[in-house]
Write a protein that binds this ligand. Sequence first.
Ligand SMILES: Cc1cc2nc3c(=O)[nH]c(=O)nc-3n(C[C@H](O)[C@H](O)[C@H](O)COP(=O)(O)OP(=O)(O)OC[C@H]3O[C@@H](n4cnc5c(N)ncnc54)[C@H](O)[C@@H]3O)c2cc1C
Length: 387
Amino acid sequence: MYDIDNTRLYSPFLREEHHQWREQMRRFVEREISPHINQWDEEGHLPAGLWHKAAQVGLLQLGYPESYGGVPGDVFHTLVAAEELARCGAGGLYASLMVHGIALPPLVHYGSEALRSAVVPPVLRGERHISLAVTEPGAGSDVANIQCRARSSGDHYVVTGEKTFITGGMRADWFTTAVRTGEEGFGGISLLLIPAAAAGVERQALDRKQGWWCSDTASIFFDEVKVPRNNLIGEENGGFLPIVHNFNGERLGIAASCVGYSRVCLQEAIEWAQARKTFGKRLADHQVIRHKFAGMQQRINATQAYLELCACAEQQGQLKVSDVSLLKVQATETMEFCAREAMQVMGGAGYMRGSRTERIYREVRVNAIGGGSEEILRDLASRQMGI
Ligand SMILES: Cc1cc2nc3c(=O)[nH]c(=O)nc-3n(C[C@H](O)[C@H](O)[C@H](O)COP(=O)(O)OP(=O)(O)OC[C@H]3O[C@@H](n4cnc5c(N)ncnc54)[C@H](O)[C@@H]3O)c2cc1C
């Protein structure tokens, strides 16, 4: 087996504790995930007990306040975890198992004490689930245009509308939901914690997807759903800021996963090229093929370095939206390049279901679209360049 860690660019940011965490995560993935992931992906779901196992190793709780059951960890611990989870080569695993990573932070940072203590501990223990519900059939990239309405009615809001493409939506106990409480545009959006069990909530699985098969994706329908006013997260009509604030962590996590998927592609392609013979020699001995590996490594190194600098900036409160936006673009393009090159090296065998590369190839686009598409992120960055 080719040891992909030998090609890892030296990182001045990772300390002994991060290396130990990587080893712990690697053991967790090798024991609890990799042997089963093909079956889970084909069956279209993850087993309920996996969240409990992830809590036992401290994965779900990483970086959350200890007062709510969190365990200490910095941004580099979260990047290491994302990269190690990617080694199973199924993006649906990270998307679903770690979906609280995008749904919980608004609550932790902006929610009331009562809401936090009711929701955060059971989610971190892996007993309950929470999803982020922003996207609507008529508003994806254009978040400011959401139409799901929350009408004020005494000590309640009454919510009517539809959300779609919601990761973990079939399993969720709560939705951190973007709703319209005021005028059109970003100034009229609020965040509301909606219990999935509330009367008037319905959901429908979206299970015909190109990839992420083991991750459940759902449309959520709200029909005159009564939600206590106390479930407001942050200020009324002040929901846009927490949503935008949330993007930094999500984009760093996606970038780290993409580096992980790229390394998987590189490893599988090298192993194949070392074993396969064409025209009397190993595929790996053809210069054209070796150059493909160098090209993949070059892009992985560049993305890793960019990612770690952004993580360092985040730690110091200096991360610019334009930088993390372009980082995500860099990472998805690297994944796309590596998936393409690895498939090409593996020839017909790479096209057949069963390799991690084949699945990663199918899952390029969801990374390039979700969490801010390449077009939207480039536009955001270019507008901040003051051109
Ligand atoms: C599997 C999956 C899981 C998801 N999970 C979640 C989730 O948990 N929660 C959630 O809220 N959302 C989720 N999403 C939604 C995701 O964030 C959106 O798909 C994404 O924001 C893009 O929105 P859209 O699909 O409506 O595309 P659109 O916004 O309609 O865009 C379509 C295309 O047009 C481009 N485009 C749009 N506007 C412009 C412009 N001004 N200039 C140039 N190009 C433009 C886009 O880049 C894109 O390529 C998920 C999506 C998928 C596929």
